[in-house]
Design a protein around this ligand. Structure first.
Ligand code: KG4
Ligand code: ZN
Length: 358
């Protein structure tokens, strides 16, 4: 068989790679070593949730300082636990953006230093591409695919025609889903991060307080969460002013039903409209019980193949960054040592072939 040299190179790059990946975009310091973009040899995560709980949300400067404290130790521990000799590593991947700039910089500096010391290529990686490629840690992705990204900072419907190509079909115009969950949770008296508390309360409640569905213009894949969040805050305030007990369970269930119906409705419509072979759910809110069960039921009813990563790969972790970086590696795209944190980094711009090999 006569294969083009580019194809031969891509096929060779698909195998026998061992990428050390670093993630520090928000409040988790994580280092992983991933073989061939799918086999996780080690995935260490140091969460800062306990620290930020006292402030009711992530304090950026505190996050950066904690990343500084853990990153070198985690890198050393990951290498020793994996049994991979540093010189056997193929490349060093790191989240380049989006995220908190000070937090990103800690991981980037550590990754650059390691890449320089070991003389290995550096792969600046997009955080959302990481969330999407978390799915590849457990199964092959079938293209074209649609990804529903739901996290603390992002709510997006992404179309992927082929490996490593991203087209954002719609996104939130205001709050991200996780952010709205956390704000609603706060109003209902739950600690940070409140998403899981609202989820549990919603599933335990017997009835739902009716809340509107925010579909926006016909055909739009965008989302808007701030109106719904305000409606919840108004309900809570009205009850308090009247001296009534707040129906936290009913409100949580009403909020969750509204959010889930719109997310699921738009994602399923996108799958049909673009003839996707698979729907990928990802991001921290993919842990939501209501969303998982409704999406699973709708996909089963409409014969859509659904992939959801295991819980440990839904929230921020470096294994997913290693999986996404592998795609860039396959296509021969690496970064130079001048990369810096990109808080507003574009997902489409990170697509394979979009900016060529850097
Ligand atoms: O993806 P992630 O770990 O961090 C970002 O990149 O943003 O997502 C964290 C978000 C938080 O807002 C958290 O409240 C939310 O995911 N979350 C949930 C659930 N578990 C985590 N939201 C709703 N239901 C859950 N079960
Ligand atoms: Zn994330």
């Amino acid at each position: 068989m006569n294969m083009a040299p580019k194809q031969q190179k891509e096929d060779a790059n698909r195998k026998s790679t061992c990428i050390l990946a670093v993630e520090t975009s928000c409040d988790e310091t994580s280092v992983a070593i991933v073989r061939d973009g799918r086999e996780v040899l080690v995935n260490l995560v140091a969460s800062q949730i306990e620290t930020h709980k006292a402030f009711g949300g992530v304090v950026p400067e505190v996050a950066s300082r904690q990343h500084v404290e853990c990153i070198t130790l985690l890198m050393e521990q990951a290498i020793s636990e994996s049994g991979v000799a540093p010189e056997e590593l193929t490349a060093i991947a790191v989240t380049e953006g989006p995220g908190l700039v000070g937090a990103l910089l800690v991981g980037i500096m550590a990754a650059k230093a390691l890449a320089f010391a070991l003389d290995k290529p550096l792969i600046g990686t997009h955080h959302i591409a990481g969330h999407i490629y978390a799915n590849r840690l457990t199964e092959e992705i079938q293209y074209p695919a649609i990804a529903l990204v739901v996290s603390g900072g992002h709510t997006e419907i992404v179309r992927m025609e082929s490996e490593g190509r991203f087209e954002v079909m719609g996104q939130t115009r205001d709050d991200a889903v996780g952010e709205a969950y956390d704000k609603v949770a706060r109003a209902l008296g739950y600690p940070y991060p409140g998403g899981p508390h609202v989820d549990r309360a919603a599933q335990a409640a017997e009835s739902a307080v009716p809340l509107p569905r925010v579909w926006l213009e016909e055909g739009s894949y965008d989302f808007s969460l701030s109106g719904l969040k305000s409606a919840v805050l108004n309900l809570v305030n009205q009850s308090r002013m009247k001296g009534e007990e707040v129906d936290a369970g009913g409100i949580a269930r009403g909020f969750q039903e509204s959010v889930v119906e719109v997310l699921v409705g738009k994602a399923i419509r996108a799958v049909h409209e673009f003839g996707a072979k698979q729907l990928l759910l990802c991001g921290g809110v993919a842990a939501n019980g209501g969303l998982r069960s409704e999406l699973a039921a709708r996909c089963a009813a409409e014969s859509i193949t659904l992939a959801i990563p295991p819980m440990k790969y839904c929230t921020d972790n470096a294994a997913m960054i290693g999986a996404a970086a592998h795609v860039k590696w396959i296509h021969g795209e690496v970064s130079d040592l001048y990369i810096k944190g990109e808080p507003g980094m574009s997902l489409e711009g990170w697509s394979v072939g979009a900016s060529g090999a850097r």
